[in-house]
Design a protein. Structure first.
Length: 473
């Protein structure tokens, strides 16, 4: 297959939103507890975490779903939760995502798999797990297979996300793969354990290098050894292809007649958590959208490189992939919609960075504006600018304003070294944007960019502050 151009790859990224994927596997609840460690307990030689905030996200197969919805794909999700609060919370998180048809079956007396991570200064202090890894009840497994078999007809690709937490125990994977084959649908498996005979006949499996070594019993130290081990699995179990994730070394795709090595795409590695979920989600979305496997695999490699540069269980959105394929667009990367801006700010916050927020119209940028923003950036680690839209600027300043449209004003702001992110808001007041971004510092200009200190009460609730930079915005 000829090398695909960056323009064609960008077009392939946009096609991912057409995908429809069925995900079956182990759903988990990922909890993050953030705080400060400033002293050691007198009861035992352990740090005391002063909790500041908590975040809950879908994990495991639920994170595969989250990655698919971040790409705009339609998803059917079949899994099992316990009859506990964690199961209820997870059901709400999954159901609240756009484009998801959830089928979360409940098993009485079963604990929903929950991983709670305690984090201080960007570092994980401890993790606590609650789980029941035993296979789900047989009658529930039968019902799960029936529901999945029906959902297969409405989707293009089925993903089996196996974390060995009981949902895909016993003969369930074989039964699901047989149902997909009968419906003429492709199957992608994120496998676990050493018995890959459970997944026999799958079109693609996505083991890590360590998992490949465990399943094949062969060395995997070099690219040639990885290819040989993958081919052994293809021959033994009738797989269509094997996509091996190799951490800092990228990925290797092995098909019947060819193998390809994709170098790592990450600019920096911050957290590898969830990268495998991202990889399987993107390659499955690519296949569901009709992309050739090598193209889908390359996009998967790029997406994995994006998420390891983020903190915590992260996702790769369409805008992230497009940015990665256009490295010259450094200025445009600073321009984000509200949801993407909130995600970026959360990643910065997890690294322990102080987030500043300034707002204004910034029409016909003047030296005073630049000085104002330079001063604001000096008080924080990352500066976000909330830019009044053309409509809200007109409401504030009257007809004939602004002179420059919001696109030109945003691009000019993004070109400044002192500005790390720009997001446009439509309201007359930035209060709702402040509520979503939760900055540590509000920076106010003399023209009332934050009229009557709008938002300061909110920021004070989470320990933030206000500074006056004294320039018209």
């Amino acid at each position: 297959m000829a090398e695909i151009s960056l323009a064609d790859l960008a077009d392939a990224v946009r096609q991912l939103r057409r995908a429809s994927v069925l995900v079956v596997g182990d759903a988990m609840l990922d909890r993050y507890v953030y705080g400060r460690v400033e002293r050691v307990s007198t009861e035992a030689p352990v740090p005391i975490l002063s909790v500041e905030r908590e975040v809950a996200l879908p994990g495991g197969a639920g994170n595969v779903v989250r990655n698919l919805t971040a790409l705009g794909a339609a998803v059917a999700f079949v899994s099992v939760v316990g009859d506990d609060q964690a199961g209820s919370d997870l059901t709400g998180l999954i159901g609240g995502q756009p484009g998801v048809e959830p089928w979360l079956l409940v098993q009485g007396g079963r604990a929903t798999t929950t991983k709670t991570r305690f984090i201080a200064a960007g570092q994980q202090v401890m993790r606590a797990d609650h789980e029941s890894p035993s296979p789900i009840q047989q009658r529930l497994a039968d019902r799960l297979v029936r529901i999945a078999a029906d959902a297969i007809a409405a989707t293009s690709v089925m993903v089996l996300s196996d974390y060995q937490k009981g949902v895909l125990g016993g003969e369930t994977p074989k039964r699901l793969i047989a149902a997909a084959r009968a419906a003429g649908r492709r199957v992608v498996v994120d496998p676990k354990g050493s018995d890959y005979g459970l997944y026999a006949g799958a079109d693609l499996i996505t083991p890590s290098r360590a998992e490949l070594a465990q399943a094949s019993g062969m060395p995997v130290g070099t690219e040639a050894e990885i290819v040989a081990a993958a081919r052994a699995l293809i021959a033994a179990h009738g797989f269509g292809a094997v996509l091996v994730t190799r951490s800092q070394d990228g990925m290797t795709l092995v098909e019947a007649g060819a193998d390809r090595h994709f170098p790592a795409e990450a600019a920096e590695v911050n957290d590898v958590l969830g990268a495998g979920d991202t990889a399987v989600a993107v390659v499955a979305a690519g296949l569901a959208a009709g992309l050739a496997l090598p193209v889908a695999a390359r996009l998967s490699n790029i997406a994995a490189g994006i998420v390891v540069g983020k903190a915590g269980t992260a996702v790769a959105r369409e805008v992230d992939l497009l940015d990665a394929l256009a490295p010259g667009r450094s200025v445009l990367r600073k321009l984000r919609g509200r949801a993407d801006a909130a995600d970026q700010v959360e990643r910065w916050r997890r690294r322990g960075w102080r987030i500043g927020f300034a707002t204004g119209c910034f029409d016909l940028l003047q030296p005073a504006h630049v000085q104002f923003l330079d001063r604001a950036r000096g008080w924080c680690d990352r500066l976000v600018v909330g830019l009044h839209s053309d409509g809200s600027a007109r409401q504030l300043r009257g007809d004939g304003q602004p002179i420059q449209d919001q696109g030109a004003r945003a691009a000019t702001l993004a070109s400044l070294a002192s500005v790390d992110l720009v997001t446009v808001f439509e309201e007359n007041s930035p209060v709702e944007l402040i509520r979503q971004l939760r900055p540590d510092l509000l920076v106010r200009g003399t023209d009332g960019g934050l009229p009557s200190f709008a938002g300061i009460e909110l920021v004070q609730e989470w320990g933030g502050a206000l500074r006056d930079a004294g320039a018209e915005t």
